[in-house]
Design a protein around this ligand. Structure first.
Ligand code: PAF
Length: 284
């Protein structure tokens, strides 16, 4: 069932809650791929009812980012959801979510702002305000759908960590289910932005996952000094990659690690053909 209005979603949810059914939410920005499909499958398996939201959230895009260009494929997304057994695809307009002016208008003024020491690093450093937009929209979706479980991919690990903190800090009554990164057979992490890459670009993008896998091999061999581990990575990069960051951080607090351990995540962001790609690997 494809719904565009908050009120219709609320009515259906009320009905399901009355029947004591459990509800899973998979928040997305559409352009669904197998990564999203794996989240959806987990929800369908675990919950009585599954809601997938498809909303390109304007307030999480920074000036100069790809908001207008971001792929919008609602018909295909809806078909994928239908086949996967989704009960509601919720695809609101920006006006439905934020009112007439939708950004800093009198219709919408309240943001959820996560702690700055979770957002001033990694992706947050170059995407100022991005996680405020993410937390705000996810909070709104939680309030609209009132799910028992919400499914997020580990591909956006910083987002996942921040959302877990938000749920904990604000006592939001649901459980976040982290789901593994889905990769192509060659290791490339699936992303809606891969669509912007040429074949050559996809080949070059492979360096990101390769260097992460290599870091894990080195760690498993006993190298724990993170500068030494970083050194092993640079040989995978060349003039086709513009590295934004390669960092070792704690899985819960995002604090920087000088010495890697089993609670460390290695995060990378780089541009290939001017497409910003992110990936990460857990060292446990
Ligand atoms: O990960 C995403 O696609 C988005 O950040 C999310 C969680 C759907 C919020 O817009």
């Amino acid at each position: 069932m494809l719904l565009h209005s908050i009120i219709e979603v609320r009515e259906q949810i009320k009905e399901w809650k009355k029947q004591g059914l459990t509800i899973g939410l998979v928040p997305t920005m559409g352009a669904l791929h197998n990564g999203h499909k794996s989240l959806i499958e987990k929800s369908v398996e675990k919950c009585d009812k599954t809601v997938v939201s498809v909303f390109v959230n304007p307030i999480q895009f920074c000036p100069g980012e790809d908001l207008d260009k971001y792929p919008r494929t609602l018909d295909a997304d809806n078909e994928l959801c239908d086949k996967a057994g989704v009960d509601i695809v919720f695809a609101p307009t920006p006006k439905e979510m934020y009112g007439e002016g939708h950004i800093l208008s009198n219709d919408f003024l309240t943001y959820v702002v996560p702690p700055y020491f979770y957002t001033d690093k990694l992706c947050g450093k170059s995407r100022v305000g991005h996680f405020d937009g993410v937390c705000t929209v996810v909070n709104k979706l939680f309030n609209i759908v009132q799910p028992d479980y919400a499914f997020f991919g580990k591909k956006d690990m910083q987002q996942l960590i921040i959302l877990k903190k938000m749920v904990n800090d604000l006592n939001i009554p649901l459980e976040i289910i982290p789901c593994p990164i889905v990769r192509e057979d060659n290791g490339l992490a699936l992303s809606s932005r891969n669509k912007y890459l040429t074949e050559k670009g996809k080949e070059n993008a492979l360096a990101l996952s390769k260097l992460l896998f290599n870091i894990k091999v080195c760690y498993n061999k006993g190298i724990t000094d993170t500068s030494a581990l970083s050194e092993t990575a640079y040989s995978f990069l060349n003039e086709n990659h513009s590295l934004e960051y390669l960092e070792f951080r704690d899985k819960d607090t995002l604090e920087e690690k000088k010495i890697a351990d089993n609670n460390t995540v290695v995060f990378i962001a780089a541009r290939v053909e001017n497409v910003r790609l992110i990936d990460n690997i857990e060292l446990n």
